[in-house]
Write a protein that binds this ligand. Sequence first.
Ligand code: ZN
Length: 99
Amino acid sequence: MENKCPFCGGKEGVWRGYRHNLSSVKRMRLCKSCGRKFTPDDGFLRMRFGKEDILYAVSLYRKGLSTSEVVKRMKRRGVSISRWTVILWWRKFGDYGKR
Ligand SMILES: [Zn+2]
């Protein structure tokens, strides 16, 4: 995990509080050099997907592709997800558009 401050590059920091978003809770870090708060990049920072991306993944899975195939196709599209994410989306949005 990268704990370097994205603003000033300082490595000195303390854990300070949490940031909540729709899918998860992130720990916040307070930089000692510049005093700004940031969330260290643990690879999930860009886990914000558009409805289109989600529905595209779900439609691929519905077509019978395996989860790893869906992950590969999404990667080609510039969207990085895990196989577990495919399952979660399928459970959540699998019925979308069927009714
Ligand atoms: Zn800083």
